[in-house]
Design a protein around this ligand. Structure first.
Ligand SMILES: Nc1ncnc2c1ncn2[C@@H]1O[C@H](COP(=O)(O)OP(=O)(O)OP(=O)(O)O)[C@@H](O)[C@H]1O
Length: 272
């Protein structure tokens, strides 16, 4: 590759979102959003109050919802492309968890792999072995033979995560991936997602409500309110007492813990 070609491909690497709008029938929810490039190997958190439009934006980025504007992945424009084109590149883990399915955990991960357009001509044994490896990595191999319908909410969330991680996408969209998890599992999942983004050069976008978790594990933060980007940048740039007051209506302090991690403390609600 020549130097000029290399520079051009470096410039177009990553996920570029510009002028993106989407909504429901006549309701405009996301309005002309543009973001700095989301780089390969990076974890980005989408934060904002309830009904800000985070899930709507995620669905648009997964190609599940009609949208206008531009979503370019490594220079390739996805808007206007068929769903199969998105699905080859982008995997979305919705907020709702799998339930009532008569598969066991291992079968459900194998089935997610089989449904993946990226799954090659691997033998059943290879697919099974890979699915077991993913369960090990997520820390739920002991649940492999348990029926999905018999799991707790947190266990089902971990299975959902195993299903999407097994597909090894270029872009992974996680909608509130740790909402049902206890503290230990929240930490393990976020650390795993962070490691896998680096290892696989994957772009991860996660909707998170816990700002301390978002700040701890994200390369970049996008703060959304009423369908618009209010702040974006590093955690320190986006999460400030001023943006927290304007967007969440809370009086907050932003400091550092003894380990140097950002810590958000809420002192009061701003009334009026
Ligand atoms: N299927 C739908 N049809 C019509 N309006 C919808 C639909 N889904 C969501 N909305 C509306 O779109 C707006 C944004 O919803 P969205 O679920 O994207 O918010 P969110 O930021 O993910 O919220 P939360 O943090 O509460 O999950 C809300 O006003 C919601 O009522």
């Amino acid at each position: 590759m020549s130097k000029i070609e290399q520079t051009a491909s470096e410039q177009s690497a990553g996920l570029q979102i510009s002028g993106l709008s989407t909504g429901y029938r006549k309701r405009h929810i996301i309005q002309q959003i543009s973001l700095p490039t989301l780089a390969a190997g990076g974890v980005y958190s989408l934060i904002g109050p309830n009904a800000a439009g985070k899930s709507t934006l995620m669905r648009a980025l997964a190609g599940l919802q009609a949208a206008r504007g531009s979503v370019r992945l490594d220079g390739y424009e996805l808007i206007g492309r068929p769903l199969a084109d998105w699905a080859r590149r982008v995997t979305y883990m919705p907020q709702t968890l799998p339930q009532g399915v008569s598969l066991n955990v291992l079968e459900s991960v194998i089935s997610a792999l089989r449904a993946s357009p990226m799954e090659g001509a691997s033998s059943s044994q290879e697919v099974k072995q890979y699915a077991v490896e993913v369960l090990e990595r997520v820390g739920i191999v002991d649940l492999a033979l348990r029926n999905l319908g018999h799991l707790s909410g947190g266990q089902r969330q971990l299975v959902s995560l195993a299903q999407v991680l097994a597909r090894n996408p270029r872009v992974l969209l996680l909608d509130e991936p740790i909402s049902a998890l206890d503290l230990k599992h929240q930490f393990r999942v976020m650390r795993l997602v962070h490691e896998l983004a680096r290892e696989r050069n994957m772009i991860v976008v996660a909707v998170l409500h816990d700002l301390n978790v978002a700040a701890r594990w994200s390369d970049g933060i996008v703060m959304l309110a009423q369908g618009q980007v209010v702040a974006s940048g590093t955690p320190g740039e986006a999460i400030t007492p001023d943006t927290l007051a304007r967007v969440y209506g809370v009086q907050a302090r932003v400091g550092q813990c003894s380990q140097g991690n950002m810590q958000v403390m809420i002192d009061d609600v701003i009334y009026g």
